[in-house]
Design a protein around this ligand. Sequence first.
Ligand code: RB5
Length: 143
Amino acid sequence: MIAIGCDHGGYALKQEVMKHLEERHLPYKDFGCDSEESTDYPIYARSVARAVVSGECDRGILICGTGIGISIAANKVKGIRCALCGDCFSAEATRLHNDANVLAMGGRVVGPSLALKIVDTFLDTPFSGEERHRRRIDLIEES
Ligand code: RB5
Protein backbone atom coordinates (compact mmCIF):
# COMPACT_ATOMS: atom_id res chain seq x y z
CA MET A 1 0.00 0.00 0.00
CA ILE A 2 1.31 3.43 -0.97
CA ALA A 3 0.46 6.49 1.11
CA ILE A 4 0.07 9.65 -0.97
CA GLY A 5 -0.45 13.26 0.06
CA CYS A 6 -0.02 16.79 -1.19
CA ASP A 7 -0.80 20.43 -0.56
CA HIS A 8 -2.48 22.77 -3.05
CA GLY A 9 0.79 23.20 -4.96
CA GLY A 10 0.99 19.45 -5.54
CA TYR A 11 -2.69 18.71 -6.07
CA ALA A 12 -2.66 18.61 -9.89
CA LEU A 13 0.38 16.31 -10.02
CA LYS A 14 -1.05 14.07 -7.31
CA GLN A 15 -4.09 13.45 -9.54
CA GLU A 16 -1.74 12.30 -12.31
CA VAL A 17 0.23 10.09 -9.94
CA MET A 18 -2.90 8.43 -8.55
CA LYS A 19 -4.18 7.73 -12.08
CA HIS A 20 -0.81 6.19 -12.90
CA LEU A 21 -0.86 4.00 -9.78
CA GLU A 22 -4.35 2.80 -10.74
CA GLU A 23 -3.12 1.93 -14.23
CA ARG A 24 -0.32 -0.08 -12.62
CA HIS A 25 -2.83 -1.77 -10.26
CA LEU A 26 -0.85 -0.50 -7.28
CA PRO A 27 -3.06 0.14 -4.25
CA TYR A 28 -2.77 3.54 -2.57
CA LYS A 29 -4.36 5.53 0.22
CA ASP A 30 -4.91 9.24 -0.38
CA PHE A 31 -4.32 11.38 2.72
CA GLY A 32 -5.38 14.64 1.00
CA CYS A 33 -5.55 17.48 0.28
CA ASP A 34 -8.65 17.39 -1.89
CA SER A 35 -8.49 20.61 -3.92
CA GLU A 36 -6.25 23.48 -5.00
CA GLU A 37 -7.48 25.64 -2.12
CA SER A 38 -4.56 26.93 -0.06
CA THR A 39 -3.61 24.63 2.80
CA ASP A 40 -0.65 23.68 5.02
CA TYR A 41 1.74 21.01 3.75
CA PRO A 42 2.94 19.76 7.21
CA ILE A 43 -0.53 18.27 7.82
CA TYR A 44 -0.24 15.89 4.86
CA ALA A 45 3.46 15.20 5.43
CA ARG A 46 2.68 14.05 8.97
CA SER A 47 -0.27 11.84 7.93
CA VAL A 48 1.70 10.09 5.20
CA ALA A 49 4.82 9.75 7.37
CA ARG A 50 2.84 8.22 10.23
CA ALA A 51 1.15 5.76 7.88
CA VAL A 52 4.59 4.59 6.72
CA VAL A 53 6.28 4.31 10.13
CA SER A 54 3.25 2.50 11.58
CA GLY A 55 3.45 -0.10 8.80
CA GLU A 56 -0.03 0.74 7.49
CA CYS A 57 1.67 1.69 4.21
CA ASP A 58 4.93 0.43 2.69
CA ARG A 59 6.01 3.65 0.96
CA GLY A 60 4.88 7.24 0.72
CA ILE A 61 4.66 9.88 -2.00
CA LEU A 62 4.39 13.55 -1.06
CA ILE A 63 3.97 16.51 -3.40
CA CYS A 64 3.94 20.24 -2.68
CA GLY A 65 4.86 23.17 -4.90
CA THR A 66 8.60 22.65 -4.63
CA GLY A 67 8.69 19.37 -2.69
CA ILE A 68 10.91 21.12 -0.17
CA GLY A 69 8.54 22.00 2.66
CA ILE A 70 6.72 18.69 2.56
CA SER A 71 9.99 16.69 2.58
CA ILE A 72 11.39 18.72 5.50
CA ALA A 73 8.18 18.10 7.45
CA ALA A 74 8.12 14.35 6.67
CA ASN A 75 11.73 13.94 7.77
CA LYS A 76 10.80 15.23 11.24
CA VAL A 77 9.00 11.93 11.84
CA LYS A 78 11.40 9.33 13.27
CA GLY A 79 11.97 6.46 10.88
CA ILE A 80 11.14 8.48 7.79
CA ARG A 81 13.74 8.88 5.09
CA CYS A 82 12.05 11.21 2.65
CA ALA A 83 13.95 12.04 -0.55
CA LEU A 84 13.12 15.04 -2.70
CA CYS A 85 13.74 13.93 -6.29
CA GLY A 86 13.59 15.82 -9.55
CA ASP A 87 15.32 13.17 -11.68
CA CYS A 88 15.38 9.38 -12.09
CA PHE A 89 19.06 9.01 -11.16
CA SER A 90 18.35 10.43 -7.70
CA ALA A 91 15.20 8.32 -7.31
CA GLU A 92 17.17 5.16 -8.08
CA ALA A 93 20.12 6.14 -5.89
CA THR A 94 18.00 7.03 -2.90
CA ARG A 95 16.38 3.59 -2.96
CA LEU A 96 19.70 1.76 -3.50
CA HIS A 97 21.70 3.78 -0.97
CA ASN A 98 19.31 5.41 1.51
CA ASP A 99 16.43 2.91 1.47
CA ALA A 100 14.22 6.01 1.28
CA ASN A 101 10.67 5.19 2.32
CA VAL A 102 9.01 8.40 1.11
CA LEU A 103 9.42 10.19 -2.22
CA ALA A 104 8.83 13.94 -2.41
CA MET A 105 8.39 15.91 -5.62
CA GLY A 106 7.66 19.49 -6.57
CA GLY A 107 4.44 19.84 -8.52
CA ARG A 108 5.63 23.23 -9.80
CA VAL A 109 9.08 21.86 -10.64
CA VAL A 110 8.72 18.58 -12.53
CA GLY A 111 6.35 17.96 -15.41
CA PRO A 112 3.95 15.02 -15.23
CA SER A 113 5.83 12.73 -17.65
CA LEU A 114 9.08 13.00 -15.74
CA ALA A 115 7.27 12.76 -12.39
CA LEU A 116 5.68 9.43 -13.36
CA LYS A 117 9.06 8.03 -14.39
CA ILE A 118 10.48 9.18 -11.05
CA VAL A 119 7.60 7.42 -9.27
CA ASP A 120 8.20 4.20 -11.21
CA THR A 121 11.92 4.30 -10.52
CA PHE A 122 11.34 4.93 -6.82
CA LEU A 123 8.77 2.14 -6.48
CA ASP A 124 10.61 -0.43 -8.62
CA THR A 125 14.14 -0.07 -7.22
CA PRO A 126 15.01 -2.25 -4.21
CA PHE A 127 17.42 -1.27 -1.43
CA SER A 128 20.89 -2.58 -2.29
CA GLY A 129 21.33 -4.03 1.21
CA GLU A 130 25.05 -3.31 1.07
CA GLU A 131 26.74 -3.15 4.46
CA ARG A 132 28.10 0.38 4.04
CA HIS A 133 24.66 1.70 3.22
CA ARG A 134 23.07 -0.17 6.14
CA ARG A 135 25.71 1.32 8.44
CA ARG A 136 24.99 4.86 7.24
CA ILE A 137 21.23 4.41 7.59
CA ASP A 138 21.76 3.07 11.12
CA LEU A 139 23.78 6.21 11.92
CA ILE A 140 20.92 8.37 10.64
CA GLU A 141 18.41 6.48 12.73
CA GLU A 142 20.57 6.87 15.87
CA SER A 143 20.49 10.67 15.61
C1 RB5 B 1 2.76 26.72 -1.18
O1 RB5 B 1 2.55 27.94 -1.80
C2 RB5 B 1 4.22 26.34 -1.22
O2 RB5 B 1 4.93 27.11 -0.31
C3 RB5 B 1 4.37 24.86 -0.90
O3 RB5 B 1 3.64 24.12 -1.82
C4 RB5 B 1 5.78 24.32 -0.96
O4 RB5 B 1 6.40 24.66 -2.15
C5 RB5 B 1 6.60 24.58 0.22
O5 RB5 B 1 7.75 24.15 0.33
